[in-house]
Structures are given as C-alpha cells and as structure tokens.
Write a protein that binds this ligand. Structure first.
Ligand SMILES: Nc1ccn([C@@H]2O[C@H](COP(=O)(O)O)[C@@H](O)[C@H]2O)c(=O)n1
Length: 606
C-alpha cells in the first residue's frame, strides 16, 4: 500500500474456492493504481496486486490448475496518477505493465481523446503484445492514414498446467463518442463478420473466454453469448465484463457464466470453474459435456484480505516485484504533487449515498455553492443564466478533511468546459432540464440520457427498484434489491446507515452484492449502504429577478459533454437552435474551476 494509506480493518472473510480454471479480473480501474488512500476497505495498491497475482500463480502451479489474469479496460481517466501528468499517463503505463496480464481489451475511456487512443495503440498494445484483443476496434494510423485493427481480433492459447485450449475475444460495447482516430464496430455487426463466423466454425476450444468492456446485462453481451452458443451447444463460455462499475455475476445457461468486477481498484474479481472436459470430436453430437460449476468472489482490495487469501503476512506477502511497483507509484505520486492540499472539505459529500437534493449531496453542493460562483463572465454578469452539468461529470465522493490535488481528479476527471447559447427565451430554456431528466422520446436511441448519469446508474436502473422515500415523496428515491436478477449496492465509508437491514456494529460499510449466484459473493462481510438515485443533470439558476423569478431571456450555459442532448431538448421546447448557435463560455475546465473554488472557500485547518 502507499505511504499514508488507511490501514485495513479486520473483518469476517469468505474463502476463495479453486477450480480447474481460475481467474483474477480487474476492470474500470481508471488510474487508481495507488489504491484508495482514504478508505481502509480498498487501500491496497497495484504493487500489492502484482504480489497477490504472483502468489496465486504459484498456488495454481502447486495445485496443478491454471490461473488467468484479465483486465477489461477503462484503465485511464479518473485519478491524478493518470490525469495530472503531461502528457497524461506519463507514469501509469509503465506501472500497469508490471502486472502479468494474460488477456486485456480496451474500454471506452481509452478512446474519448485521440492522444489516449494513440497511447493505447503505441504503448499498451506493444506492452502486452498478443494478450491484447480488439474484436471490434480499429485504429486510424495518423502516419499512414490506414485503418488497422487496434490489436488481434481473437486469441487462441493453451493453459500452462492443464493444457486446456481457450479461444478468447475482447469486445467493447457499442460506443460512439470516440475520437476520430478509432472506429468501434457495433457488436451485432462484428458477430456477423466472416472472421468471427470462421472462428466459430473452425475452432473447437475447451472453453470460450469473452472479455469485454461491456456490462454483463447489456444487450451486446447477450448477442455474443447467443452467437457462440448457436454453433457450440455444449462449450463452456465465460464472460468477464465491465463498464457499468458494479459487482455482478450472471448465469447465461448451465455452461455459461460471467463476472463483472466493479470499479476504481476497489475490487479484484475471482472466478473459478470446474467441469471443463477436454473436448472430443463427438461432443456436439452426443451432448456429453455436463454442466460447469462456477464460483465467484469479489475481493475487497486491501492488505488484510490479500494476506488472508494467500495465507501470508506483512513480511512474507510483498514480492520484490510488487514492492518495486508500490515504490514506482509512490515516486510518481510525489513528483506529481498529488497530496498537495487545496483545502479542507467541511463535510462528506456523496455521489449517491445521500439524497438529492440535500445537504450531503455532491450535486446540491455543486448547483447551490459552486456553479453560481465559478460560471461567471464579466461581460455577461448582469444576464440571468441557467447552468447545467450532467451528474456523470462528478464521479466520486468527497470525504470531510483534506481535499488534495488528487481529489480534484477523482471527483472531476474530465477536461470538459462550459459552452452557452446567449439570450434564450426563459420559457424555452426552463424546459430543457426536465426533458433531459425525464428522458422522453425526444432523444433518439443513440442519445440515451443514461449516458449523462453516473455509470452505476446503468446497472441500478435496470436491476434495482427506485422506491418511494420514507417521507412518502418520490424525491431522492433509493435503490432496493429487486430479486436474484440483480447487480449490487456499492461503496464503503465507515458508518453503516441503512434501512434495509440491521447493521452489525463493528462491520465497515461496503459492498453487499446480490447476483445470479446469491448473496455470498463478497469476500468480506460488510454492512450495507443505501444508495439514492440521482438525476441525469442538475442546474443552477443565477441572477434571476427577485420579484417574480421569471426573466425574459437567459444565457443557457452547459458543460460541453451535454450538448448532444441540449440541442434536441431545446428544439422540442420550441427553440429553433442548432450546434451553430453554441458559443464557448470560457476556456477553463470544470476541474480547474472547482479546484480554484475549493482553494478560496475551503481554506480551514485539517
Ligand atoms: N467527457 C465526459 C465523458 C464521460 N462522462 C461521464 O462518464 C460516463 C461514462 O463513464 P464510464 O466510466 O462508464 O465510461 C458517461 O456516462 C458520462 O456520465 C462525462 O461526464 N464527461
């Protein structure tokens, strides 16, 4: 762990079970290679994970079984370790490559910006060579002007100890907000491509492993499963998903299962599979291959748990390589000045652990306190304005106490700036926010308004029910598990505030996941946390007339990411606006503006 990271706390543990094939899985790490310095549940770092994987490989060898290490993308954006350097990721690519990863693929965050996609092609792919799979992703080489596969489309390999043959793919969901130096082919089109069909016709592996930056319950995963199953009735198919930032496991059928392993290096996914027979020519005819048994654990990424699962301790656990990686991270953090204190947060501010609107909500804070102060222009200061930001732009909680340079990137990782349309009739402008939040038919399918929200909402909306609040209002609904077809309740602080069960007092609050396999997936017993839904966007009203609160016209200011939704919402509200009417508000990023605000307003002692 990093110097100064919170010490892990002892807790009741569930064991890992081993099978013929065993997997360690990370996804959506978003640069959190230093771990969570403020949260004991997740305070181990990438160096500890390197040590852990080394011990688990040795154990696999001793047992005569196999271990495969997987990462399913979104390695970048969301932590100072990646975002604070120039160029971005100056240190993280070298740190990340220290883990031996057998199969990896791209996430959408590797592709938002052209320079990040260049680095993926020119650094990550060569770092991992044939282990990097890009089944539906091409890269436009600037030097040659030629569109080439980002990496190979699939990989076939034999496992070290049991000699099982694996065919593996690496998919990205149908993402369309990538920079123009990559092309993402829709999954549904890719599986109809000749190369994919040829693999299915010609290869007869013992098991298919589908890695993907795709939620397990997104339609793309189902489509891939059905395409493989159509041609391989009895083959085990294992999915390793990502993107929606949740812990989840899904049973597709009795020979096909998947795991999704959370976000931000909070979770190391563990999956083990038994019942994989060597495939014979007659299998498909006779249907001889029985069910596979699948077991999963979501490992909280802290040293207490990693020692427990390896049977090691403080002196025996760190390997020279792992220790070296922790030192690399420390040096990088120091040279980037990530612990530099901008101010002192006077209270906890939550993404979804507090009701919106409310005192503890990060979104109430941003719309009431921050936006009115930071979205100001001298030449338009007397014009009333509406300022809109999407909630997904604020990604992580703020804990009471020191707010560091690192925290600015954890909370506001994007380089988004403000744009505006001047002098919009208020009667038109005021309808934009409700339209976006109600997500009506105004928006085409490609403009799903859930893409404005925090990624966790994608899973939550589908698998949890938003119930009425305790006070009977429908404001600030919270999620309650609907049944076994579920995703999760994430995240941990130290207190367990819940209406869903009686917390065990000494347990730290954290993940209490329910998935298709039941409620025993988390490796550590935690007390549950109540999670509240947040709207897609929030809005500040600034400079409104005091008498009736209804200006004639307003400047409609919005974060640039929201523009594709703002324009159709304006049109639907009777405003004949297009992209041509949009002007840049100023040239400062939201991240910079909030950093400056914190410097001025949170200048207490802590
Ligand atoms: N410039 C951006 C890019 C993304 N977002 C938000 O992030 C969400 C996607 O996050 P994943 O980690 O799941 O890829 C997206 O839905 C937006 O809410 C943003 O605000 N600004």
């Amino acid at each position: 762990a990093q110097p100064g990271a919170a010490q892990p706390v002892a807790a009741p543990m569930r064991e890992l079970s081993w099978g013929q094939l065993n997997f360690l899985h990370t996804t959506d790490s978003h640069g959190w290679l230093g771990g969570h310095l403020q949260e004991p549940q997740y305070s181990a770092d990438w160096g500890d994970y390197v040590s852990f994987a080394e011990h688990m490989r040795r154990k696999a060898d001793e047992k005569g079984v196999d271990l495969i290490v997987i990462d399913t993308g979104d390695r970048v954006e969301g932590n100072g370790l990646y975002d604070a350097s120039s160029p971005k990721g100056l240190f993280t690519y070298d740190i990340f490559r220290e883990q031996t990863i057998d199969v990896l693929c791209s996430g959408n965050h590797e592709l938002y910006k052209a320079d990040a996609a260049d680095r993926e092609h020119n650094t990550t792919v060569p770092n991992f060579k044939e282990n990097y799979i890009a089944s539906n992703l091409d890269y436009l080489d600037d030097n040659t002007g030629v569109l080439v596969p980002m990496a190979q489309r699939y990989r076939k390999f034999r496992t070290k100890n049991l000699g099982l043959e694996i065919v593996t793919f690496g998919f990205l969901f149908n993402f369309d907000k990538n920079a123009n130096n990559t092309v993402v082919q829709r999954v549904e089109d890719t599986i109809r491509e000749e190369w994919f069909q040829k693999v299915l016709r010609e290869e007869k592996p013992d098991v298919f492993v589908v890695t993907g930056h795709v939620g397990l319950r997104m339609p793309e995963s189902r489509a891939i499963f059905e395409a493989i199953r159509k041609q391989h009735w009895f083959a085990p198919i294992l999915f390793f998903g990502g993107h929606v930032h949740v812990r989840d496991a899904r049973r597709f059928d009795d020979k096909s299962y998947g795991i999704a392993s959370g976000r931000y290096m909070e979770t190391i996914g563990w999956a083990s599979v038994d019942g994989i027979g060597k495939r014979t020519e007659d299998d498909e005819v006779a249907g001889v291959r029985g069910s596979v048994s699948f077991s999963r654990r979501y490992i909280d990424n802290n040293l207490y748990g990693l020692y427990h699962h390896t049977g090691l301790n403080e002196s025996t656990f760190p390997t020279p390589r792992g220790q070296g990686v922790s030192e690399m991270i420390d040096r990088a953090r120091v040279s980037l000045g990530l612990d530099y204190k901008l101010g002192c947060a006077p209270r906890d501010l939550w993404v979804s652990r507090a009701k919106y609107p409310g005192e503890g909500s990060m979104y109430t804070w941003i719309e009431n306190e921050v936006l009115p102060d930071v979205v100001v222009r001298q030449d338009r200061k007397d014009k009333p304005r509406l300022i809109i930001t999407n909630t997904g732009a604020l990604r992580f909680d703020i804990f009471k106490g020191p707010f560091t340079k690192d925290n600015t990137y954890l909370v506001f990782p994007f380089t988004s700036k403000f744009r505006y349309i001047p002098d919009v009739p208020y009667q038109v402008a005021k309808k934009v926010l409700p339209l976006i939040n109600r997500a009506g038919p105004v928006f085409q399918a490609s403009l799903d308004t859930q893409f404005l929200n925090v990624p966790e909402a994608m899973a939550s909306k589908k698998y949890f029910v938003a119930t009425d609040d305790e006070d009977g209002s429908d404001e600030g609904s919270f999620f309650e598990l609907k049944g076994p077809e579920s995703a999760q309740r994430p995240l941990g602080g130290v207190e367990a505030e819940t209406a869903m069960s009686v917390p065990t007092p000494q347990l730290l609050a954290g993940y209490t996941t329910e998935d298709d396999m039941g409620t025993d997936g988390d490796d550590t017993e935690r007390s549950p946390i109540k999670m509240y839904a947040v709207p897609n966007c929030v809005q500040a009203e600034v400079g409104f007339p005091e008498e009736d609160g209804r200006p004639d016209k307003v400047d409609l200011v919005f974060i640039d990411f929201t523009q594709p939704w703002i324009i159709p919402a304006l049109k639907f509200s009777g405003g004949d606006y297009s992209d041509a009417d949009v002007e840049q508000w100023d040239h400062e990023t939201l991240t910079y503006k909030v950093g400056e605000w914190i410097r001025k307003n949170w200048d207490g002692d802590c």
